[in-house]
Ligand binder design. Structure first.
Ligand code: ADP
Ligand code: MG
Length: 259
């Protein structure tokens, strides 16, 4: 079954058509990667799915229901979690607190104080903690659980950002450049985690990523975008060998010095 479907989605910013008549579907249980040079429209696709932007045209469906009537704060409750290209965490809170906050995205008041100090939420709190501790174990974050985000190295913050999204136990996980700025070793960890997220947790993954080695090693299918338009959809090998993709994407990548 298609978990997520975009149908003829278009979004313009002034004169720029950031997303131009894009259609694709993500099947339940797969890892689907969006690739393309900078400015291709990849993050905008994520922002459309997270309902930060309204499309000018087209429809976006999750579990066969249009989500265009939903607001961005309602998306997590449907089972869609995301990470941001520029990590978005509470700097003055610990790793543990950030992951707990991830489970309380639907609450209105200050989530940190509400989650941590109100006695009436204690039982629910235990359930949240159990889920969060599992994510901490899974991502090897035990050494950092009580550390403040502000003092953590970039690579660890990146993992916490992924943990915050995983902690809401989503059906669909959107990862925006999970390996950007990471070392080869850290990127390898990300590859293992994505495999486990898919196989052990049964979570469907849609990711944007520049590292083609990571994309090829974890993705079932890939879609290449350039200038807001779909160039190709297929297996990682099919897309990498597509002449249009080689022209638009690999050429631009060489300029950026990425692989
Ligand atoms: P990618 O993530 O593939 O690098 P983006 O989705 O960030 O690309 O951007 C696609 C295009 O839309 C770019 O030309 C970018 O400048 C433009 N764009 C993205 N967000 C905005 C915005 N909020 N306002 C104006 N233009 C934007
Ligand atoms: Mg982007």
């Amino acid at each position: 079954m298609s978990l997520l479907e975009l149908e003829n989605v278009t979004l313009k910013f002034g004169g720029v058509v950031a997303v131009d008549d894009v259609s694709f579907s993500v099947e339940e249980g797969e890892v689907f990667a969006l690739v393309g040079p900078n400015g291709a429209g990849k993050s905008t696709v994520f922002n459309l799915i997270s309902r930060i932007y309204d499309p000018f045209a087209g429809d976006i469906r999750f579990e066969e229901q249009s989500i265009l009537s939903k607001q961005s704060h309602e998306i997590a409750r449907l089972g869609i979690a995301r990470t941001f290209q520029n990590i978005e965490l509470f700097e003055q809170a610990t790793v543990l607190q950030n992951l707990l906050v991830g489970r309380h995205t639907h609450r209105k008041s200050n989530p940190v104080s509400e989650v941590l100090f109100l006695p009436s939420v204690r039982r629910e709190e235990r359930r949240h903690r159990k889920a969060v501790e599992e994510v901490i174990d899974f991502l090897d974050l035990q050494p950092y659980r009580e550390k403040y985000i502000a003092g953590l190295p970039y690579g660890v913050r990146k993992v916490v950002e992924m943990g915050r999204a995983l902690a809401i136990e989503p059906k669909l996980l959107l990862l925006d450049e999970p390996a950007s700025g990471l070392s080869v070793e850290e990127t390898q960890d990300v590859a293992f985690w994505i495999e486990d997220i898919k196989k052990l947790m049964g979570i469907t993954v849609l990711m944007v990523e520049h590292d083609m080695h990571l994309v090829s090693s974890v993705s079932d299918r890939v879609m290449a975008l350039a200038d807001g338009k779909t160039l190709a959809i297929g297996t990682p090998e099919e897309v990498q060998n597509d002449p249009k993709v080689i022209e638009a994407y690999i050429g631009a990548d060489d300029e950026e010095g990425a692989a």
